[in-house]
Each structure stands twice: as C-alpha cells, then as structure tokens.
Design a protein around this ligand. Structure first.
Ligand code: ATP
Length: 737
C-alpha cells in the first residue's frame, strides 16, 4: 500500500460552489463525461490484494475519470435511481431516523406530483413485467419462461432502487408468498451494485465528521472497493495508523426510501382489503420491513449493533468482529477496522491460504445457533459478501445494519420444535407452530398433524443427516397454502439467515447438513439449560406415559459430547440439583420406580445364579424353573442402559467421577434423598416379600408370571414389554465429527 499523506488546505467559497454545482449537475442530469476518458473500472472486490490507497482528488475538480468510471459501470449494470429532483443531498441535519408510517403519510399527502411521478415510473417497470407474464400465459409458454420472468423481476427491483431491492430480499424469505423459482432469483439481490460519485461521498464525510476527508484520514482509496444496496466502502488509513473501512451512505436514500415505503404500504393496505385470499398481514410486514430499513440507514445504529455482536459472540473460538471507530462515525459514515479476508464462497482463495473453509462453516453454524437460540440477537443478512475468512483462519462477520431479535419464548419454542422434529413428535411440532405464532390458538390441529408427518417424513428420509432447510422450506410452502399458516415476520428473517448460511455451506461442501451440526447444540442446551421450558421439554422427551426412554437419554448425551462448550460435570451437578429439588419430584418418582425394577431384576438374577452355584457345589439337582434367569427384553434391561450411559460419560471430555463422589455427603442429608432411599428400600422389600409368598404358596413358575405383570406396565424406548410399539424411535443422528 502506498503511503501518501493528505495535505490539509483551505478551501475558497468558489471551490465549494464548484462542488455544489458539480453535485447538482450529476444528481439532476446524470450526464456523465464520455466513456473514452475512462482509464479503469472500479474494483468492487473488497479483497483485492494489490489495492493502492492514494491521495484524494481536489474536491472542486470533479475528475472525468472518476465519474466516467461510474458511468461505464452504470451502463453495464442497472442504474440505481438518483435523488429526486429538487431534493438536496444534504441530509446531515436530519434527526436520528425512526420509522413512523403516520408521519411519512402526512408528509407525502401534500406532495402529489412527487408521489405520482414515482408511482408512474414504478408502474411502467412493473407493467412491462406483468405484460410479459400475461403474454407468456396467453402463448402457453408460462412454464418455459418462468425463470426468465423471475430474472426480469429481480432486474426490475434492482433498477427501482434500495427500497425495492430490500423488498425483494425480504420476499426471498417468504415461502408463504412467493413460488420457489422466484424465491431463488430474489435471493440473488445481494449482488454488487453501481457506485455513486466519490465527490458526494467526500461531501457526506465532511458533513458527518465535520472536516474534509483529507483532514480526517491519512489515506483513502481513490474509488470505493465495494458498492452495496445502501452504501459504498472505501479502504483508508487513520492518522494514528490503523487501516480502516469507510462506509458512506448513498445520496438521497432516506427521501427515496420514505417515498417508496409510503407507496408500498398504501398498496399493501389496498391489496389486503381487496384480495380475500391474502392471509398474511401485508401492512404489518411492510411496517416490519420499514422499521428495519430505517435502522439500517443510521450507521450509528449499525455501529452499536456491531459492538453488541462483538461482545456477545466475539469470544467464540475463531469468530472475529471488526471494531468501530466512533470518532470517525456518523449517521451516514461508518469507520471500522479493515478486514483483509476472502469470501467464504471463494474456495480457491481460501484454500490457497491453508484455511479449512469447511471448518469455518461449522464455526458459522455454531455462532448462528448461539445467535438464534441463546442470546436472540442475530445477523439477518449473512450473505457471502458479509462473511469473510481472515488470513488467520477466522470467520469474520461484517455489515450489522440488519439485525433482528428472537424473544425468549420464541427461542425456547424453536428449541422445542427441533426436539420434536428430531423425535418425530408431530403433535408436539403442531403445538409448537401455535406457540411460535404460525397458527392461531383456535386452529384445528387434527388435519395438520398427519400433513406435517407426511412433509417431514419426505424431507427427512431416514435421518437428520438428510435434513436440509431449503427442501423443508420448499415442502412447507405447499402446506402453508393449504392450511391457515402465516409466517411471522421474525421467523422470515431467521429462515433467510439460515437458508443463506446453508447456501454458503453447500457451496463449500455439497454434503453439509446444517441441522445435523445443530442437534449437538440443542442436546447440550436441553441437558444444561435450567429454564422451566427446557426442563419440561427434557421431561417430555425422556418420559412417555410414565416410562423412562433410556435410548433418548443416551442419544442426547452422545450428541451433546460434540458441542464445543459442553461441560459434562456441570450437567451432572445440575441434574443432581434438579433431581433433588421440589421441581424434580415427578422425575424422582419415575426414576425410583425404574431403579426398583432394575435392582430387583438384578438381585433376582444374582440370587438365582448363587442358588444354582450352591446347589452345584452341594451336588443337588435344581428344578429348571427356579434356576431360570429372568428373561428381559432389551428395552427392559435398564441396567444395560445404565452401563452404556456410564460408558458415554467416561468417553466424554472432562468427565470427572470424583466430583460426583464429592457431592455424596451433601446429598445424603437432603430429606428428598432420604425419602427416595426409603421408598426404594420399601418397594424392594415389598417385592421380595410378595415373591417369596408366591414362590412358597402359589406359582410353579413365579419369576415368569411376575415378570409378565411387571412388563405390562413397562414402556421403554417406545415399546411396551409385550412388544407393542407405543411410539416411534427417535431419528438416528450420526456423530457430528
Ligand atoms: N470492515 C470491512 N473490511 C473489508 N471490507 C468490508 C468491510 N466492511 C464492508 N466491506 C465490504 O463492503 C461490502 C459492502 O458492505 P456492507 O455489506 O456493510 O454494505 P451494505 O450497503 O450495508 O450492504 P447490504 O446490501 O448487504 O445491506 C461488503 O460486502 C464487503 O465486501
């Protein structure tokens, strides 16, 4: 990087006037000097290795080269709209942006010409799209040209500007509103867009930061290195030496967006009133969208989001979040630490640096799970431009403009839904949809449960390893048309985030399945989270109609082993605390019953063996019935399960049995423990006495007859002792690593 310093200098009134005139000319006429003067195209890749940072151009001599660069780019791509005529690009004095649909409506009600002018240009563009669609239908070519039309829609939205690009991005997450082919095209709207002239960017820097860029930064790249929907990014250097990214907002953004949101919201109101088949609340969706986009237009807000994200997730192993330089940040200018990185999707570049892209995807999935299910503060736009692999092998998150929140009850609802899905409990899943506001509480779930079973059985195949968000979303969209599902706005952003992440993952490894990586985390949360919601889920998962499902516990413990920050000793401590608390009474009773059965069976077997040994030793022939070992179905054999669980614990990283031993003295004095041991001892004694009486007076084959009595009430792992299946087995999960 060249080291050229800016020389601060005074500016005359005429220089300022010259700049203002230049800006007005550019904004109003969009007349740009001829293409032949253009020496180069702007580099839109933020990761160019040989980029130079050079001195800024004098502000009043708008360089033809600089402008023509944009012109060439604009001609090749689809031009973004310029600020509306008559509006000045000076927005510096505006207060912090807050979305207020009523104030926006009041403002535009008296600006009839402006509103109609914009409406007309939107109608012409959408009109030609609709006409094409209609002609396709007439000519019977609809299916053939569907993709072409989807592409046309994407281009139309790009041409119409940021608000429409964002609407397209938001629609790309709405399987209840948009057919799959269009969904696919709309997700491409995160592509790089034409930049705006440097001079405007310099002016905004001055207005926001109170001085000319050359007085603020030691260096700045001559052109933006990236241009996205709301802003463009320069590489620079602070006078203190730090290399920074300077993101400057597009001109006329708030004006453009406010007018477009006003129009779209009015349209949504009309459509909702006119078309009865529209179930989703379009106006609420528009308001949700308006709120987010307004937040995104305030870079102070983005800076705060970045800091919160860094604080919550920056300490996860191999995650990195750039720092914000607040002294150089304002509403329309954001200065943050520059990240030298490669897009995760640029596999060649990533691999050439010796970085394992697959590992970084796993890191990203773990980070997403914590965002969505732990803290609820999540990055709603993790597209490939915003996820970089750093040369140190870390996953770097960028662009914190569009963040969203998942409320605690939604987080628990989502965790429970994953548990129900993995265990094929579709009744539970249908209830989760009510809890998560996809269905209203008065919905009749009876036809929905088998429909869900059909969809997920198709999508899941034999195991969760087959699961893929996109296929589930596609399959669910049919269901959503058929039954009264509405996708709540918060969930649309979650799905967008996950589908985007999965897309990146599949690009890196076509066999990557996000959900099989997610279950270890869910298992860990189920075992470690002390919240009432997850304790109830755990109970529902482990007990069915009074019987303990050992294989589910084994499955959970095995999966949780693969979660990074899983602390088995903490799990055991928590389990003991919970078990011997008031809330654990139900489970305590159940476990006591299981223990009685197990100990009783084991002691009978031991007794029988001892009997025959003694008899053998004494040379006495023992009757075959009394020598018979108790025959147990595999599901009944709780001791075997216990043994397997002990094995899993021993294999688990960090397991220390001595910690358990240390807890014994404090546990033994607890009234709950004493009550439990009395209960176990009492029940064992009762059984032994009953057996003795039967053996002496009643049955010729007491063990077997008693066993049948016991077996009739035992249902373990989804099977009753008589072999009848009472519930399905959970899905098998392959070890994640
Ligand atoms: N700190 C940084 N270091 C290096 N490059 C960066 C940095 N911040 C942003 N970029 C580059 O600039 C691009 C655009 O930035 P960003 O995504 O923040 O803009 P945006 O207008 O908010 O985009 P979007 O359309 O996704 O909302 C990024 O994709 C990345 O390539």
């Amino acid at each position: 990087m060249s080291q050229v310093n800016f020389e601060p200098r005074e500016r005359s009134f005429w220089e300022c006037k010259g700049l203002a005139e230049d800006i007005v000319t550019i904004v109003n006429t969009n007349k740009l000097p001829p293409k032949s003067l253009s020496p180069a195209k702007p580099q839109l890749d933020s990761n160019l290795p040989n980029m130079t940072i050079t001195q800024l151009q004098p502000i009043n001599s708008v360089s033809p080269a600089t402008i023509d660069v944009s012109s060439e780019f604009v001609e090749e791509h689809h031009p973004l709209p310029q600020p509306p005529e008559g509006t000045t690009p000076d927005e510096s004095n505006q207060p912090a942006l807050r979305y207020d649909p009523v104030a926006i409506a009041d403002y535009y009600r008296s600006r009839v010409f402006q509103v109609w002018g914009r409406l007309l240009s939107i109608m012409v563009k959408f009109g030609s799209f609709a006409l094409g669609l209609w002609l396709d239908g007439k000519r019977g070519k609809k299916v053939k040209t569907d993709r072409k039309r989807a592409i046309q829609l994407r281009i139309t939205l790009t041409e119409l500007g940021p608000a429409f690009i964002k609407v397209g991005q938001a629609l790309s997450t709405r399987p209840d509103l948009v057919p799959p082919l269009y969904l696919e095209e709309l997700t491409k709207l995160q592509d790089q867009l034409p930049p705006f002239p440097n001079e405007l960017a310099y002016q905004f820097i001055e207005e926001e930061l109170g001085d000319r860029p050359e007085n603020i930064y030691a260096e700045l790249s001559p052109d933006p290195l990236a241009a996205a929907s709301l802003g463009q990014v320069y590489k620079g250097k602070l006078k203190t030496g730090e290399i920074v990214a300077v993101k400057v907002q597009r001109p006329g953004l708030s004006e453009n967006i406010a007018l477009d949101i006003y129009l779209l919201r009015t349209l949504a109101q009309w459509a909702k009133k006119t078309f009865k088949f529209i179930r989703s609340d379009l106006v609420a969706i528009m308001d949700e969208f308006g709120g987010r986009i307004y937040e995104e237009m305030d870079y102070n807000h983005e800076g705060r989001n970045a800091e919160r994200f860094r604080q919550l997730y920056g300490n996860i192993q191999d995650i990195y979040v750039p720092r914000i330089y607040w002294d150089y940040t304002g509403r329309r200018v954001l200065t943050m630490e520059w990240i030298n990185g490669s897009k995760l999707t640029n596999l060649e570049e990533v691999t050439a640096q010796g970085i394992d892209a697959r590992y970084l995807i796993e890191v990203g999935v773990q980070c997403s799970l914590r965002q969505l299910l732990e803290h609820g503060f999540f990055h709603a736009d993790p597209h490939p431009g915003n996820l970089l692999a750093s040369p140190e092998g870390k996953l770097v998150y960028l662009d914190f403009g569009m963040m969203s929140e998942v409320k605690p009850y939604q987080r628990y609802g989502l965790l429970e839904a994953v548990v129900h899905l993995v265990n094929r409990d579709f009744e539970g899943l249908a209830k989760d949809y009510v809890k998560l506001e996809f269905l209203t509480p008065d919905t009749d779930l009876s036809p929905i449960i088998p429909a869900l079973e059909k969809v997920f059985n198709n999508a899941l195949g034999a195991s969760v390893a087959e699961l893929n968000f996109k296929s589930i979303t596609d399959q669910l969209s049919d269901l959503m048309y058929e039954y009264p599902f509405r996708v709540p706005a918060y969930y649309a952003l979650i799905i967008r985030s996950l589908v985007t992440l999965e897309g990146i993952a599949i690009n890196v490894d076509p066999n990557f399945k996000v959900l099989s990586k997610a279950y270890p985390y869910v298992a860990k949360r189920l075992l470690t989270d002390p919240s009432v919601e997850l304790r109830t889920s755990l109970k529902d998962l482990l007990f069915k109609e009074g019987s303990f499902r050992w294989n589910r516990l084994e499955n959970l413990l095995k999966n949780a082993q693969h979660s990074d920050d899983y602390d088995i000793n903490e799990v055991l401590n928590q389990t003991l605390d919970f078990l011997f608390s008031e809330r654990g009474e139900f489970i305590r009773e159940q476990l006591a019953n299981e223990f009685v059965k197990s100990i009783d069976t084991a002691s009978r077997n031991a007794l029988t063996k001892a009997q025959s040994k003694v008899a053998e030793w004494m040379g006495v022939k023992v009757a075959s019935t009394s020598a018979k070992e108790v025959k147990l179905t595999p599901d009944q054999n709780n001791l075997e399960h216990l043994q397997r669980i002990v094995n899993i614990l021993q294999e688990t990283k960090g397991f220390d049995p001595m910690l358990l031993v240390q807890r014994v003295p404090s546990l033994i004095v607890k009234p709950e423990v004493q009550h439990l041991s009395q209960k176990v001892a009492g029940e064992l004694a009762q059984r032994a006495a009953a057996r003795l009486i039967r053996e002496l007076f009643l049955s010729s084959d007491p063990l077997i007859s008693e066993d049948n009595q016991l077996g009739s009430s035992i249902q373990v792992n989804g099977h009753s002792a008589n072999g009848k299946s009472v519930s399905k087995q959970p899905l098998s999960l392959p070890p994640s690593r």
